[in-house]
Design a protein around this ligand. Structure first.
Ligand SMILES: *Cc1c(COP(=O)(O)O)cnc(C)c1O
Length: 375
């Protein structure tokens, strides 16, 4: 192994997380959200593993992501583009058999026009804004469309959907408000299957999951809701290696800006992971790594390609050059790293660097993908 760190992705845990939630929300079906390269873990790997676990519905953000994924999945897998239909992208979307999420009336118009030009019906999802004010038809566009259903000519509505602004906050009043607004607006399109929940929504204490749940972060092992125990299995681990160890007297500065001064005689280890690898620079003098089951605080600034740890209390036996340093794993979850960095697990995952050796393990790891090291 030549890399400074190994990112291990447990495809067995990924599939288990899918099965757990699919069973919990049944009879609603479960879709996988694999945007941003499968939350940084490899969209093709993730999607093919989940297809093997029974998933047939896959959401990405951009048409380009769908086009890249389409050839990797069997024909009965359905791919949806959350960010909708950009002007000029209509034919590429239709030719690839990708389903756009129509987020505004002008998108409905362009999709309907293409259906007329091609002389066939085209499938689409209609997103209704139920209170998040980001994507989807606002109320007045829902009214306009419901009043004039001919505007949907040539469009086969396969789903109406909306998105929760506070699904990860179980006590937020907005969840009930949005659920009610969604049902009221979806009722204007009778007979069309419905989808509202993301990971957080799937765990809200309520009976109604509608017809399809769109699952992202929980699949990847992170906590679906803030402040409640995480029922998911961890999918990611990240292990760096010690490059160099040094012993410093009290009063010595460490790293860029000398932002840390040793308060006592201190032993420092340098590891080869930095902000260019997605370890937030905001974790300078914050958060920790783990060596031999001991917490070792990050001291000094996180550099581009390295950072420094206070290992004064770690036994020598753990400190050989190349010895492992846990950054994400059994002692430190992605959620914990995110909390220390003042961000969310989504951001930590999607920023995971491209210089790590990637090791895919678990039953469904597959064998023929690039950038992998055999388990
Ligand atoms: C990203 C996204 C999801 C998945 O959300 P998670 O919180 O990761 O489960 C679902 N629906 C929409 C519209 C999204 O943008």
């Amino acid at each position: 192994m030549i890399e400074a760190a190994v990112l291990t992705v447990d495809m067995g845990a990924l599939a288990a997380n899918y099965r757990l939630i699919a069973a919990t929300v049944a009879p609603a079906r479960t879709a996988a959200v694999v945007k941003a390269d499968g939350y940084g873990l490899g969209a093709v790997r993730v999607a093919t593993t989940l297809y093997g676990a029974g998933c047939r519905h896959f959401f990405v953000a951009h048409l380009g992501e769908a086009l890249a994924l389409r050839p990797a999945l069997p024909g009965d897998a359905r791919l949806y583009v959350l960010n909708g239909l950009m002007p000029g992208a209509e034919r590429a979307c239709a030719e690839a058999g990708v389903v756009p999420v129509l987020n505004a009336l002008h998108q409905v118009e362009r999709w309907s026009a293409l259906a007329a030009a091609l002389g066939r019906r085209l499938p689409a999802v209609l997103q209704l804004d139920s209170g998040m004010s980001r994507l989807g038809l606002p109320g007045y566009e829902v009214d306009a469309l419901a009043a004039e259903p001919a505007r949907l000519a040539g469009i086969e509505l396969v789903l109406v959907m909306s998105h929760l602004a506070c699904g990860d906050e179980p006590d937020a009043i907005a969840n009930a408000d949005q659920a009610a607004a969604f049902v009221a607006r979806a009722d204007r399109f009778p007979g069309v299957p419905r989808s509202l929940d993301n990971s957080g929504g799937a765990f809200l204490d309520k009976a109604e999951h509608h017809d399809l749940v769109r699952l992202g972060i929980a699949l990847y092992g992170c906590a679906p809701q803030a402040g409640t125990p995480n029922p998911m299995r961890a999918v990611v681990r990240l292990d760096a290696r010690i490059i160099q160890v040094r012993d410093l007297p009290a009063g010595t500065g460490v790293g860029y800006g000398l932002s840390f001064t040793t308060p006592r005689a201190t032993r420092i280890a340098t590891i080869g992971v930095g902000y260019a690898d997605g370890w937030p620079r905001h974790l300078s003098n914050r958060g920790a790594a783990w060596i031999g089951g001991m917490r070792v605080p990050v001291v000094g600034r996180v550099s581009m390609d390295s950072m420094t740890l206070d290992i004064t209390d770690v036994p020598d036996t753990e400190l050989a050059p190349g010895a492992p340093v846990e950054l994400i794993g059994p002692h430190q979850s992605v959620d914990r790293v995110a909390e220390d960095a003042g961000t969310i697990a989504y951001e930590i995952l999607t920023q995971l660097g491209h210089r790590y050796a990637r090791r895919y393990i678990g039953a469904a790891a597959g064998a023929d993908q690039p950038r992998s090291v055999e388990a």
